[in-house]
Write a protein that binds this ligand. Sequence first.
Ligand code: 6R9
Length: 655
Amino acid sequence: MSSQIDHLLTETRRFAPSASFAAQAVADRELYERAAADREGFWADQARALHWHTPFTRVLDWSNPPFAEWFGDGELNVAYNCLDRHVEAGNGERVALRWEGEPGDQRTVTYAQLTDEVKRLANVLTDLGVERGDRVAIYLPMIPEAIASMLAVARIGAVHSVVFGGFSADSLRARIDDAGAKVVITADGGWRKGKVSPLKPAVDLALADRNGSGIQESVEHVLVVKRGENDVDWSEGRDLWWHDVVPQASNAHEAEAFPAETPLFILYTSGTTGKPKGILHTSGGYLTQAAFTNRVVHDVHPETDVYWCTADIGWITGHTYVTYGPLANGATQLLYEGTPDTPHPGRWWELIEKHGVTIFYTAPTAIRSFMKIGRDVPQKFDLSSLRLLGSVGEPINPEAWVWYREIIGADETPIVDTWWQTETGAIMISALPGVTETKPGSAQVPLPGVSIAVVDDQGEPVGNGSGGLLVVTEPWPSMLRGIWGDPDRYRETYWEKFADKGYYFAGDGARLDDDGDVWLLGRVDDVMNVSGHRLSTAEIESALVGHEGVAEAAVVGASDETTGQAVVAFVIIKSRYLKQKGVEGLGDELRTWVGAQIGPIARPRDVYIVGELPKTRSGKIMRRLLRDVAEGREVGDTTTLADTAVMSVISAQVK
Ligand code: 6R9
């Protein structure tokens, strides 16, 4: 890793903002000065851009760390801020969502229409018994109803837990159970890669008879959007069609004011253990930073821009930069249901041309896969409407950055490489377009109001030109407020490592260059980043050992040209199983198995069947060595292994 970063640090290309971009940019240099002079006052100013039913008088309460309160005595309604207030300001006819389905069907939803739909759905949810603080699971494709569902749940002070539609029934069940969801909102199916991918059957499976499981079913109702037109089973009394209840419901619904710290959502993300963590976000601080960062980093001019963030709402990027940020700002955005290459490899570029997209925010893995296909595909389309490009989810290598700028951005648009996490809720490190001179491959500088440092194991700053661990040194408005139901794990995971300093430990390695700019080096824990999605090695290992043939498994993230990292599994097969069934086809069977257990994104790229795994004397698997094998490198230092011969055996078996 460090040789790779040294290579990156020799990157010397610099791109100053054009005078014309700078002249119209939302951000300016003064933001840094104001935030440096009075950090809390700066965030209070940003919060006042929202509508508060009851204005706050306190900004930050950090008297009980690591549990923060922001704007604690203020009251607001998140959905009101994203909807009604734009309608009341006379912008009801502005388009909120320009939606396109994968098969090419289209819908245009104005702020007035979206407000109306959300009010009806809020009434439906209330009639179904959903009250303030109750949890609602959302398992939907990228259709306007998905956005409406999140906002309706928020409107009544309930808490949503969006589960990515690509997750399996088992993953869905674990998330429903952990949150104790009362209602699930889903669809019959959604369009993916040219066909309907069913969703309702996974919900049925997740809620199937639990006799003997010892788990009390929390779900009372399942609300189903008709999208895929696929046949679905029906549980009378439990299941309801959206089209039977939402259009009929009253569109009169007054948004109630809730305290700023009212829980807004839980979003599960992979940690270092097998059990996903339910990251909890609350209302006022989250919405403040979501709206602010979307405005200044994405340079959103709501009257004129057509903004497109390609993330699914199943991930934090979809929460903050599809639903809450842009809608709080009253922006017009494109929402697309399908995959980038269906029905043809130029589908995204076609959408940009057709809808006149001006701001485009996507992940390095997508950019690299387009690079692989070749520039002639995007060059067939008119991309001249684009004026700003963004990147999120993993480090973007300079080659991809430069390709993105040249081929997609006409060698002209600024690129913002934005570092943040599910836990941080919103962007933390990024260039400000129109202000910062950008460097390909570096996320660069903390945003105004955000305090970060790169430190050594003792929490001491490493200084320019050195590498260490990335920490956040002061609380920020959109920070996580905890892990659902597990305050101890919250403390241990993020705050214990630098407890004496009170720093938040992000789990990422980073390096400062001579200018003090930040270069992210990837995770320092057992979390992989595959196509911008976080997966834990432990979670996949536990799925593998759940297979009848597997005795032991070790999983590593190996670097991959397209997906950033790829899942590579090393498994030891039970000898009885080997005698009876042999290894023929077993690798493929295990790949499919993991896909079914967790979801297709977790499917290993390679499965190696080995006789032994490298372990330390205390029995810890040395993943570092397996990564060397998986990446085809010479195996590193093996002196701490209990059995130093084991690596040569494994290397031979892998070949
Ligand atoms: C928003 C999101 C968080 C992890 C994070 C880091 C990696 C995200 C990055 C980046 C380098 C960037 N990451 N953005 N690494 N440069 N611009 O992706 O949230 O899914 O929770 O992942 O992703 O490793 O710790 P999440």
